[in-house]
Structures are given as C-alpha cells and as structure tokens.
Design a protein around this ligand. Sequence first.
Ligand code: NAP
Length: 455
Amino acid sequence: MGIASINPATGETIKTFTDLSDAELEAKLERADRAFGQYRHTMMVQRSRWLQNAADILEQKAQAFGEIITLEMGKPIAQAVAEVNKCALVCRYYADNAAEFLADRPVATDASFSYTAYHPLGAILAVMPWNFPFWQVFRFAAPALMAGNVGLLKHASNVPQCALAIESILSEAGFPSGAFQTLLIGADRVAALLADDRIQAATLTGSEGAGMSLAEEAGKNLKKTVLELGGSDPFIVMGSANLEAAVSTAVTARMLNSGQSCIAAKRFIIHDSIADEFEGRFLAKLEALRFGDPLVSENDLGPLATAGIRAELHQQVQTLVKQGAKLRLGGELPEGPGNFYPATLLSDIPSGTIADDQELFGPVALLFRVSTIDEAIALANRVPYGLGASAWTTVEPEQQQFISELEAGAVFLNGMVKSDPRLPFGGIKKSGYGRELALEGIQEFVNIKTVVINQ
Ligand code: NAP
C-alpha cells in the first residue's frame, strides 16, 4: 500500500492518496526556495504572531484534529487531543522565546566589536513518524520557522491526513505560501531530495534503519542532520522507592500510546528487595487495562498503527519466549478486525536474548531483577540505545550514580521520561544525535555566524 489512511481499529481504508509526480515535487521545491528568499527577512515578531495563531487553531480544533490522529494511527482519543494541545504549547514556547534564543551575542575579543549571529539555513526536510503524528512535526516546525527556515515535511505514509492538516494549520495561521509544505511521497524519494541543493539540512524521527539510510545520503551530500531514533529505555526501581507511585507510573510509561513511543519505558529493572511486591502490583494493573475502539474514552489501549507493526511485535514476543522468557500476561493475538494487541508482560528474561538489542514497539513490558545498583546500571546500559532512563530511589548517592552512569540523553529520577518544550530532547548511541526542543533545538538548524568588526 502506498500513501493511505487505513483505520487501524477496523482495517478499513479511509482514503488513498497519489504520490506527488516529479513535476509536482519540483514545483514544491521551487516554491520553498522562493519562499525562503522572502521569509528569511520577515521580522521575528511577525513569525511569532503566526505561530501564536497556529497555537490558537490547534487549541480551538483539538478535538477534530485528535479524531484525525485516532482514525489514522489508532491512538486513544483523549491522548490524541492531548497531543494536539501539546503542539500548541510548543508553538507558544518558541513564539515567546525564539527572539531571545537567537539574539546576537556580543563576545569580547581584540576587535572593536564581535558577536555571534544566528541566521537561517534555508529549506529543511523533516522525515517524520506516525506515532505522534502532530507532535513530532510541530516540535520541528515551531523552532525551524521561528529561526527563519522553511520546512518540507515527508510524513509517514500511513498518516497523510495528519500531514495535510498540519500544512493547512500553518497556512491558515498566516505563514506565507511555501514556508511549510507537505510532500506526499514515499521513503524511496528522500535520497534525491537530500541531493538537491535547495535543501540545506534534514531531520528524521523514526527507526534506526531509516536514520542510517538518511544519514548516509545526507553524508554523501554534506548536509547537516538531526536524528531521533529508537530506544529501549530502562525503568529502574530501587528498594527505597515509593512503590505505589513507581508501579502506577510504570504502567503509564509503558502503555501510553499503546506502547508505541520512543521514550516508553521498555525494560523494568527492579531491585530484589521489592521485586515480588512490584511484580504483583504491576501485573494486576496491567491485567486491568482494556483494549478496544480508540474513539471510546473508556479504552486504555487502541490498536497498533499497522498490521505490520503488530506482526513484528508478536514475532518478538514469541522469540523471547523461545529464548527462555516467561510469559506472565497477554502475548496472544486477539481475534477480530484491527491491529489490537493485549498488554503483555514477560519476566525471567535471560541475557543474550533479543531484549538486549531490539526495541519492542508496543504494549509489552520486560521485567528484570537485580541485586545491586551496579547490576541495574550495567543492565540498563547493555542495549545499543540511549534515549531516556527513569530511575526510582530516594537515596542521594544512588541518585548521583544514576545521573552520572546511565547512558541516555535524559535521566528522570522518580518520574517518567517525557518531552517538554523547555527541555532539550534527544539521544546518544543508536538513538541518534542532535537535540530538539529548548534552546538547543532551535540552534540545530541555524548558521551560527561569527561577526568581527574592526573600526
Ligand atoms: P520508520 O519506519 O523509520 O519511519 C519513519 C519515517 O521515515 C517515515 O516517514 C518513513 O516513511 C521514513 N523512512 C523509512 N525508511 C526510510 C529510508 N530508508 N529513508 C528515508 N526515510 C525513510 O519508523 P516508524 O515505524 O514510523 O516509527 C517508529 C520508530 O520511530 C521507532 O523506532 C521509534 O522509537 C522511533 N521514534 C523515535 C523518536 C525519537 O524522538 N527518538 C520519536 C518517535 C519515534 P514511510 O512511512 O513512507 O516508510
């Protein structure tokens, strides 16, 4: 299937789309290039007003946009509406702060006057995933547009209506024609875009394979990239933790978005002293979760976004069981239409399984036991990923050890890993490089120009 909206809860094809022809794609690149020539000179205060308008539109129509998200990728409706509202937040954040982030910074040197200036680069290509189909795009678009760049979006092929809705929100908000365009194209056309001189840089959020492929093409063309890739985040609970809070948060951290989040807690590493208690409570809470129509607000889990994702996840669960893991809950494909998968728990996972090097992208929790903090950290760091990490302890030296030794782009103590416009977001190791959000995010796609004036 090419570019299409298929309802993951029913399997029904809602709408199919024709890929852009070469001539249509060329016209969009030309429009982006022309738009940049003018857009780069718009005043920051003007861009800020447009971005605030976008935030207003998102908030006013959050329910309608949420329904588009849910129908295309199956996220429970309350989470879809919350995602839209979070997009408004990131728009307001950059509308309010970009001028300060990108203000010239005087630097004392031997010259009469020196400073750094932050100038836009041009058209930036954003290759985006379906799992947070609005949020991933807005967290790129808000800083990119505020910096004076123009955006070209190649969204995942299963969320074309989200992609088109985002383009129209930004257009309705007032951004000039060509400042932000959606390209309905398949992944096979990304390489040619990276070779095009009108595109200056690219960002990709998605799987490791897609990231490597984009980075390779970008490298051939010496284009800057930011990559936000997969993760297999640890969630470590030590003996001193507030157990009830840790267990409740563990459920949310694993099951939000039906488990399809890069920063979902995927491996639960529990200290022996509380492991039985944690396991009993965790299992009970997971058992209580219900999957079903994501438009019905009582359902906790929706379907997985595509049939392929469900098949891959189920295969991984079966492989883990074959490799010696104990299936404690779920793990069976339900009958009936849609890509539903039950909340699943695996424990007693030996080392050397696929849990050591693969991401499980769905509602499957992996439980490990450890007897020391060193063992917990070694297990946490064993995977090739390094996106986020959550650790639960009230013992200060343990907190410091987690902060310094966990290999991750973010460490959250006594809380779940989440993105926030005010905090930089990104990974290390095979989770990618570069940062989004906060000051660091807006500085990824700018020319940091050194200016030295001798009078
Ligand atoms: P995906 O298959 O990698 O797709 C992501 C995007 O990349 C889509 O637009 C896809 O287009 C495109 N793409 C795929 N192969 C490509 C290639 N060879 N060259 C250029 N573009 C290519 O990932 P997904 O299954 O949609 O998303 C799930 C993954 O994203 C998970 O690994 C998750 O952890 C990761 N993720 C990471 C973050 C983060 O911030 N670190 C956030 C969210 C998700 P098509 O749809 O047309 O194939």
